[in-house]
Ligand binder design. Sequence first.
Ligand SMILES: Nc1nc2c(ncn2[C@@H]2O[C@H](COP(=O)(O)OP(=O)(O)OP(=O)(O)O)[C@@H](O)[C@H]2O)c(=O)[nH]1
Ligand SMILES: [Mg+2]
Length: 199
Amino acid sequence: MKINNSQLEAVAVKKSQYPVDTVKEIAFAGRSNVGKSSLLNLMTGRKKLARVSGSPGKTRTINFYRINEGQEDAFRIVDLPGYGYAKVSKSVSESWGPMMEQYLSSRQNLLKVVLLVDIRHAPSKQDVEMYDYLRHYGLDGIVVATKADKISRNQMQKQIKQIRQTLGLDQEDLVLPVSALKRTGQEELLDVMQRLLQE
Ligand SMILES: Nc1nc2c(ncn2[C@@H]2O[C@H](COP(=O)(O)OP(=O)(O)OP(=O)(O)O)[C@@H](O)[C@H]2O)c(=O)[nH]1
Ligand SMILES: [Mg+2]
């Protein structure tokens, strides 16, 4: 699949702000700073579609992006707010749970949530909790290992194995290494997403 056009359609903190649920959605989740917004920009070929920052906790809202509008393969990508950043204010971190729960538990048109984890580290306790939560709602199965440029080719298989074990992935679940810096892995991810949208 190729993304030909993309635009921010809605920014939401509650249900009444979501766009209509007649368009299929694939969401991206992961801890703050893992590279969600960077991956979104890489996939869409747009440098500044989603805000990327050196300061974690940048994305604090649910951001809906309209993809390939006007085409047969039109869908949405949803950039979810990151978790696990200690320095965001208490009110921000307390609103995160209900905001995610509301979206993930009831969104009819949500096909899958791609979980992003940093390829350098074993998934955190929160990553495991997030993945278990996705499994509970049948939204699991695709994991992206970000910042693949930070490790050597040799380390890659070892790290992927660790991610698989820590998250308790099944054989058919996918772990896709990507690098927004080196611009690698996005085509494989887009192909997986295309298959999902066609199911
Ligand atoms: N080396 C390297 N750095 C990356 C990569 N992807 C993202 N980064 C860097 O990681 C930092 C965080 O990236 P973001 O894309 O803003 O992360 P996010 O997950 O959207 O973060 P929040 O919005 O805070 O939840 C930025 O400094 C990026 O430049 C990558 O593939 N390789
Ligand atoms: Mg972000």
